[in-house]
Design a binder for this molecule. Structure first.
Ligand code: PLP
Length: 407
């Protein structure tokens, strides 16, 4: 077989992520490699740490990238912070809460859950009561669960965590850069993310930040692998149960020791650095406002077409809307036609919501007026051909009204 040079079809990615990457990020990622201890590279690493401190709104020294998709960041945090047998409490309100459960179980933790119907969130008092009852070593919560399009409020939970010595972890993969995320003000001990949503990049790098309390736990588990340790290095009989995702060793690699662990994924680092640089150039608050505006235009647009949005809209993430698939319409066929005829991708969902809702994203580079209007115009045509009773011009009209009111 002779493979041709890669030439992906033109697409407008309007699903729940990945989304179309910002061209500036792709440009940064085409820069030539440098060696991992080249002062230029260690300089980029230090800059990237500082940029992500600002993005996470934290003063945590321990702020770095985990090489891998968002799931690698989650797994690094859980496997490094949880000792086998530790209790962890996971409030589950969608697919990614189940993922936290699964990863914590595999780390050997004793997992306790509370659950609420998909599309809803917990009252903070419910979570606090569960923390008091379970007395876990860690509270692990997804911030915005993309599978259901709602975000769990996290303010006001840190006091119970501090009082009872509970580590507070959250996954902000789907919210960072497009919804308020306040690592220090919310008292978070470990926060992990990805690039492929509001950050406007590709998947493959997981920014992560750890509070001094979290670093203390990780330090107490440090065990340096043979081949790089010296006579003074710590060696433990019960090390963190992953080598690749061992945050003690990853911290040593990113810290002043520069102790070799993996080979930093240089191209992903260039991309992650550019995502943060672009976001901070725009301003975090301005980026959140932009996501709010285009998210509101898409929400009103789907309503204007006569479609029903899904879930608790008061807690809707700014950057994605769930849309109930109308009676008698084949959801996958509509998605297929949008892709084939218009080059536009929207998402389905998982588990109980598969076949029940579409998910339409307005995030990162695609949180833009033209992307919103094009998607609504195309959706109208495809729905009409599918026999759904859509309001002619209702989608783009309602979205334009939102833009008009905001102008
Ligand atoms: C909230 C959340 N967490 C975790 C993930 C997993 O990310 P990845 O596929 O990059 O590992 C996703 C992906 O959609 C997500 O939305």
């Amino acid at each position: 077989m002779t493979a041709l040079p890669i030439a992906p079809p033109p697409r407008l990615l309007m699903g729940p992520g990945p989304i179309t990457a910002d061209p500036r990020v792709l440009r940064a990622m085409s820069a030539q490699l440098v060696g991992q201890y080249d002062p230029a590279m260690t300089g980029y690493m230090a800059e990237t740490q500082e940029l992500y401190r600002q993005v996470f709104r934290t003063r945590n020294d321990a702020t770095l990238l985990v090489d891998g998709t968002s799931r690698a960041g989650i797994e690094a945090a859980l496997v490094s912070l949880l000792r086998p047998g530790d209790r962890v409490l996971v409030p589950v309100f969608g697919r990614f809460g189940h993922l936290l459960v699964e990863i914590a179980q595999r780390a050997g933790a004793e997992v306790h859950t509370i659950e609420t119907e998909w599309g809803t969130v917990f009252a903070p008092e419910q979570i606090e009561a569960a923390v008091r009852e379970v007395r876990p070593a860690m509270l692990a919560v997804v911030h915005g669960d993309t599978s259901t399009t709602v975000a769990q409020p996290l303010e006001g939970l840190s006091h119970v965590c501090r009082e009872l010595g509970v580590l507070f972890y959250t996954d902000v993969t789907a919210t960072l850069g497009g919804n308020p995320v306040e690592s220090d003000a919310w008292g978070l001990d470990a926060v992990s993310a990805g690039l492929q949503k509001c950050m406007g990049g590709p998947s493959g790098s997981a920014p992560l930040t750890l509070s001094p309390r979290a670093v203390e736990v990780i330090d107490s588990r440090r065990s340096i692998e043979a081949g790089i340790r010296d006579a003074e290095s710590e060696v433990r009989s019960d090390p963190i149960r992953s080598n690749y995702l061992d945050l003690a060793m990853i911290l040593d690699y990113w810290g002043p020791k520069r102790l070799n662990h993996h080979t930093e994924a240089t191209t992903m680092l260039y991309g992650a650095r550019e995502c943060a640089r672009i976001l901070l150039e725009e301003g975090l608050d301005a980026a959140v406002d932009r996501h709010r505006l285009h998210g509101a235009a898409m929400l009103e647009g789907v309503r204007g077409l006569g479609l029903r949005p899904f879930g608790d809209l008061e807690h809707k993430m700014t950057n994605v809307v769930g849309v109930e698939i109308p009676e008698g319409v084949n959801g996958d066929a509509v998605r297929g036609e949008l892709l084939e005829d218009y080059g536009i991708e929207i998402g389905t969902s998982f588990g109980p919501l598969h076949g029940r809702i579409w998910r339409i994203g307005t995030m990162g580079y695609n949180a833009r007026r033209d992307a919103v209007l094009t998607t609504l115009a195309a959706l109208e045509q495809v729905l009409r051909r599918a026999g759904a009773p859509v309001t002619a011009g209702g989608g783009t009209g309602a979205a334009l009204d939102v833009y008009g009111a905001a102008a």
